[in-house]
Design a protein around this ligand. Sequence first.
Ligand code: RFL
Ligand code: PHB
Length: 389
Amino acid sequence: MERTQVAIVGAGPAGLLLGHLLRARGIDTVLLEARSRSYVEQRVRAGVCEHPTVELLRELGLADRLDREGLPHHGISLRFDRADHRIDLTELTGKQITVYGQQEIVKDLIAARLAGGETIEFEVTDVALHDLDTDTPRVTWTDATGAAHDLRCDAIAGCDGFHGISRPAIPAPRFYDHTYPFAWLGVLAETPPSHEELIYARHTNGFALHSMRSPEVTRLYLQVSPDDQLTNWSDARIWDELATRLEVDGDFTLREGTLLEKSITPMRSFVAEPMRHGRLFLAGDAAHIVPPTGAKGMNLAVADVHRLAPALTALLRGQGTEQADTYSDRCLRRVWRAEHFSYFMTTMLHRAPNEDPFADQLQLSQLRYVATSTAAATSLAENYVGLDF
Ligand code: RFL
Ligand code: PHB
């Protein structure tokens, strides 16, 4: 039987970062990942790093490339009524966000782990968790060569995302689940951004988002129906619809280019509690999902493991169980703040599928309020840049 201190299931942002945080405290980990290295490094997802996320990566010495290639942003635009309304994040909060692709963070964290002499078990199957109610739980799996493994450890971190095996191992959890009557069609386009900042646009045809990955690559999203298919969306239709929804009185031209990637993502809000059972601790999407409108998912995963690493360290060193015992409740406070903010941004900007003039007017009123009240804008800005860990 193999032995480690913490078994981490899932090499997304949560699992990879937890590995680094534990290594910095002298704790050994084994990291298991269902997919291949190239798959996890290519998976296009989040783009916005909150201020505390960037600070943590810097503290760990993991932000060299992020500092070179990441794009610091001091504001975002809310676009409605054919005009831009800029939220000056830095003026309102003293902080900024950094646009840097999640898959770039994942590449950096994988490279740093391997360079430090640690490994990642990619392409594992049949992962199962055992003896969670004891002080020595086990994880079993089959590796890429077909060999079976049985690992004893002191704690397991379930960082395996929404569809992983960790959350179902918690008996009698409480679920909070909310679905929305729309999804996001996301595209990556080989063209310079059309505007220097992110644009969150509310239009009668539905929401659109202009984001970016680099000075040469633009990331764009369109609100679509949850049962829509990519086959309904030719490149020409996507560009037409983006141009319509992003249209503004004044100087703006949407720069078109080759589409490198297209996908449709459903939107949901989901929380499972508690985030712990015995020696199993959940972190990131394994425990909670937010709609992407607030740009919070990856940042919440980072906040969870920032709390989990010291809690596990104290537990394993016999320095008390208080942090481990309060891990779930303390994480959930931040999670629910982000759930609320993501719901707020989503409902403020998306168009309900059925005509609802009352809802339309409430939305516009909220947007105008955020655009003109310093108090309302500050509230949006401090949630957007990220509340302190
Ligand atoms: P992940 O990234 O899903 O990683 C989980 C990993 O676990 C692996 N896995 C297993 N491994 C071993 N055994 C098993 N049985 C396993 N089952 C699964 C998976 O292969 C995977 O590698 O979860 P993590 O680490 O919690 O990170 C969460 C973030 O990925 C997620 O919240 C964000 O991508 C959400 N998100 C955004 N978050 C932001 O903070 N800012 C954004 O701007 C933002 N934009 C987005 C987003 C998510 C999007 N999609 C596609 C859902 C935009 C989009 C379109
Ligand atoms: C992205 O760039 O992928 C992105 C930006 C902001 C969001 C969601 C996604 O709210």
